[in-house]
Design a protein around this ligand. Sequence first.
Ligand SMILES: O=C(O)CCC(=O)C(=O)O
Ligand SMILES: [Fe+2]
Length: 355
Amino acid sequence: MEVAGYDRARVLKAFDDAKTGVKGLVDAGVEKIPQIFVTPPDIVAQTSDTNREDFSIPVIDLEGSEKDSIVEKIRHASETWGFFQVVNHGIPVSVLDEMVCGVRRFFEQDTEVKKQFYTRDVTRKIVYNSNFDLYSSPVANWRDTFFCFMAPNPPKPEELPDACRDIQIEYSKLILSLGFRLFGLLSEALGLERSHLMDMDCAKGLTFVCHYYPACPEPELTLGASKHTDDGFLTVLLQDQIGGLQVFLENQWINVRPVPGALVVNIGDLLQLISNDKFRSVEHRVVANREGPRVSVACFFSTSLAPSTKLYGPIKELISEDNPPKYRETTVQEYVSYSYFKGLDGTSPLLHFRV
Ligand SMILES: O=C(O)CCC(=O)C(=O)O
Ligand SMILES: [Fe+2]
């Protein structure tokens, strides 16, 4: 929001140059959030009762009874909610807990060491900064992040941060095998051969996006993450027990309640595109909280981000005369860079690819 006589560009640059992110502000004891974070009240507002017991995203037990019913539950959730949580997914709780601790150690380590990772050069192996869209978005979010590509060409172990190297390597192996399993189930849920989505390279690339949402002194004035959809094929999210993630469904914000040991799975834009809108990539956001820090790890599955001319459009088996393609074909690189440079401005990048 603009305030007369206020040089937003200069304030953003000073915030960025400090390389200490939102955590740096909290450590310095701010009691009021700086203007760059102040978000219009209608955007922060809750729409209605977000704690309705009868309206929460499904929790699916991957070791549950018959496989057919798991596929059916995943199909239903992907068509209606675009989100579900999975339990009994094969990743031990001790690994989930250590991953959250590792991310926390990264953000809470010595500032001078952490600053070495601070960059906006996305060709670097580890990219730590605050608000990837700081200069393009109308408001900044109360969040710091680091990300790195873990597949198909992971950084060398010595390139990973000391604070979370071992657990990142272990978690990425387990998340890749869970991802393969989920893509098998999603393929079947689309009525395709089990290997269809994997054969399209939907799980070839894995990016870890690790968020740190410091406690916020004025949570009613800002957001942890503005509303957006995810641009890859699928996201598997690990969140701690603080909560704050919300999904926009039936015109209201629904809390994605932390379930101990569960992982949150959501359909990304590219899966909506290739499924010709059968599966939904649903808008979500993270509210700010007086309590914190909140830690989350979003694992984005996409193709390898190495330049490729391979085109992705609605899957031929899913389209017909009655269900013509709703999107033009695109390369993953074109889609992802369009989405990245657009930033979290509240509109879906999918619209740009509609025919
Ligand atoms: O922190 C969260 O719960 C969500 C993060 C998210 O939506 C994202 O990284 O795309
Ligand atoms: Fe997201």
